[in-house]
Ligand binder design. Sequence first.
Ligand SMILES: Cc1cc2nc3c(=O)[nH]c(=O)nc-3n(C[C@H](O)[C@H](O)[C@H](O)COP(=O)(O)O)c2cc1C
Length: 228
Amino acid sequence: MKILVLNGSPKKKSDTFRLTDAFLKGLNRDGEHEVHIVNVIDQKIAPCHGCFGCWQRGDGHCVIPDDQNEILDVYRDADVIIWSFPLYCYGMPSHLKAVLDRTIPLVKMKMVQQTDGTVQHEALVDFSRIHTVVICGCGFPHWEGNFDGLKQMCKTCFGNPEMICVPETPMLNVPAAAVVADPLLKRFEEAGAEYAANLCLSAETVAALETPMISAEDYIRNVNGDLS
Ligand SMILES: Cc1cc2nc3c(=O)[nH]c(=O)nc-3n(C[C@H](O)[C@H](O)[C@H](O)COP(=O)(O)O)c2cc1C
């Protein structure tokens, strides 16, 4: 399989990417897959100009001459696309959102009403063969609603992707938290192997990956420790 990983953390030591890296380890255990990792922050990707020049060209490319067209070529050819990023203001970091916005060259202007009532643009490529995984880390402890906006956007944009939304991810880069972080990393590795076998994850697996490493009360106490 061809696997494209879009790493949307701007940091060199991304909390979220530690999870993604563990997932990839399990996914590509025998090294038989082709894994292409794009560190989006290092790419030259302008915001979409909104000109719809791509739809006039109709060749699956953007009229802005930067790094996005190379990403589009890999994107349309991938079997699995993993979006890995930290939650920023309940959504995607802006530099990664620019990549998503600029996938519109992969659809046409023509609109199609779906049987479920949604309206979509006719695709230029067969998106049904692309499997999408979203791995999102965040700084808050678990609370109802933190990921709701992101989940709705990803569901609509990617057509029910596999979504793994993990609270308390800054703990992944705190050496003292290894006692709870390492078992989570192990679970991500096992989940990667499960995904390689089935191209989906069971609800139990997702629930295990999203389970907070420590209680919200302990997490908040640790975060606020030096502030009070
Ligand atoms: C600009 C900005 C906005 C953020 N917004 C949220 C948010 O809405 N919810 C949340 O739980 N964490 C939020 N965070 C915290 C990050 O998601 C968190 O620190 C994450 O672990 C960083 O992951 P990374 O190391 O992979 O970049 C925000 C951080 C920044 C810098």
